[in-house]
Write a protein that binds this ligand. Structure first.
Ligand SMILES: [Zn+2]
Length: 165
């Protein structure tokens, strides 16, 4: 039985994050706590800038540096995953540790979760074949979302062939 799945719910997840910040020696301020809570409840795969803009409305003393160093610490602790860019030049973050596929639309830059992929089977194959104790995974597919496919004249990314024919 591989232990690749952690299914902490939001309050537990933000408590885990707080523990990680303490362990990293960061002072636990209201602002850092707010970043943890926001991440634990966020399904939008926000960028650091989006998190900052949203939290800044409530925490006027919040700085960009606090958002960045909190995110960085959580990434290093394995509680938040860096998803890379969504074609918008900014890193997106995901705090959901359960195995799922991320779908990235390269036109409108949305990132959605897709939970119905058999990733557990893939993880078991990888763990058995590599000898690794797996701690997490990111599976990202890039393409055009249904809305952009409907709105675009062509249903494919320019210069890229469809992965599935
Ligand atoms: Zn789209």
């Amino acid at each position: 039985m591989t232990k690749t799945v952690r299914t902490a719910r939001e309050p537990e997840r933000s408590a885990e994050m707080v523990t990680a910040l303490r362990a990293a020696g960061l002072r636990l301020t209201q602002q850092r706590l707010a970043v943890c809570q926001a991440l634990a409840n966020d399904k939008s795969h926000p960028t650091a800038q989006a998190l900052y803009a949203r939290l800044r409305q409530r925490y006027v003393t919040l700085s960009r540096a606090t958002v960045y160093n909190t995110l960085q610490t959580l990434v290093e602790a394995g509680l938040v995953f860096e998803l890379g860019t969504a074609g918008d030049g900014a890193l997106h973050y995901d705090a959901d540790p359960s195995p799922h596929v991320n779908l990235v639309c390269t036109r409108c830059h949305r990132i959605e979760d897709f939970a119905q992929a058999p990733l557990g089977a893939v993880a078991r194959t990888v763990a058995a074949g590599s000898g690794y104790e797996l701690r997490g995974a990111r599976v990202v597919y890039y393409g055009l979302c249904p809305r952009c496919r409907r709105n675009g004249q062509h249903g494919r990314m320019a210069g890229a062939a469809s992965l599935v024919r």
